[in-house]
Unconditional design. Structure first.
Length: 303
């Protein structure tokens, strides 16, 4: 069977893909969801796009290396939400973490892992006690390792603190990681302080220097209230995979709200994406969004 990365394929075709973070980044906002609730939320997220759920929604199910219970939670989402969304496990840039992440989603259709690699010297010093170029070079090796572990699991790389990293450096390693088999290269404003014009320049410059084979994605936090504005700038720069979270829940001040972004794109498609844009294989069913948002809100209250 030939492996097809439906998310990368969708983005390359100009379709919008949501990387849903409420179950993973939301856990860092003290809103830990039970395995059963994650399965339910993943399925409901996929139903927004019908049969094209896996091509329009990546559901970050969790961080398997945290503990055995978290591994089993991610495994349950990968098993029970298969076919509704593309299920992703997230891990640090360490071999053991990577192996656990791949194992947690192995065998699920359209499964992915996202490896977090520091892109700035400041973040590299904190995360791995190395320089940014050294950490990024290790990231290339991790992509190769992931593809060796299971060629049916797509591997993406999140460049942490990209907003404070060198554009040419990121473009160089984005090329190398893509050449090694990465599906997406995610540029993250990890500290949530990037201004919109700087965000647009970052995505535009990295995209231009890295070339057409590299598919970029965004992960933009909202510490200074800039998450939505920056996500719109990423889309204007040609990015088609964007992170979001139901109700905006994520660590610290969160990130752009999934329901808000979908309503905005429906209302201002041409303004944001261009007059000739065809952003959906199946347009989102916006009538489902209030129900999902209320469900997540109730879950937060019940905790």
């Amino acid at each position: 069977m030939v492996f097809v990365d439906v998310v990368r394929e969708s983005a390359a075709a100009g379709r919008v893909v949501l990387w849903e973070e409420s179950a993973r980044d939301g856990a860092q906002a003290k809103t830990l969801m039970t395995p059963g609730f994650r399965v339910r939320l993943a399925r409901e997220t996929g139903r927004v796009f019908g049969a094209d759920g896996p091509r329009h929604a990546v559901f970050a199910a969790g961080f398997p290396a945290v503990c055995g219970e978290e591994f089993e939670a991610v495994r349950r989402v990968a098993t029970e939400a298969e076919g509704a969304v593309s299920v992703a496990a997230v891990c640090r840039g360490a071999r053991r973490d990577l192996e656990q992440a791949v194992a947690s989603v192995r065998g699920s259709r359209h499964a992915r892992v996202m490896v977090v690699v520091p892109a700035s010297d400041a973040m590299a010093h904190v995360m791995v006690h190395r320089t940014a170029p050294e950490a990024l070079a290790d990231g290339v090796d991790l992509v190769k390792r992931a593809r060796d572990l299971d060629e049916e699991v797509a591997v993406d790389v999140c460049l942490a603190d990209a907003s404070r990293a060198g554009h040419l450096l990121m473009a160089h390693y984005a090329q190398a990681m893509t050449g090694a088999g990465a599906g997406l290269i995610v540029l993250a404003d990890t500290v949530g302080g990037q201004l919109p014009h700087d965000c647009r320049e970052m995505f535009g410059r990295v995209r231009a220097e890295a070339g057409d084979e590299v598919v970029l994605a965004s992960h933009l936090h909202n510490d200074l209230g800039l998450g939505l504005a920056n996500t719109l700038e990423a889309l204007a720069a040609g990015v088609r995979v964007v992170s979001a979270s139901w109700l905006g829940i994520a660590e610290r001040a969160g990130m752009v709200a999934t329901e808000q972004l979908l309503f905005l794109l429906a209302r201002h498609t041409a303004d944001v994406l261009g007059a000739d844009a065809t952003p959906w294989w199946t347009p989102p069913d916006l009538t489902r969004l209030p129900v999902i948002a209320r469900t997540v809100a109730a879950r937060r209250v019940s905790r």
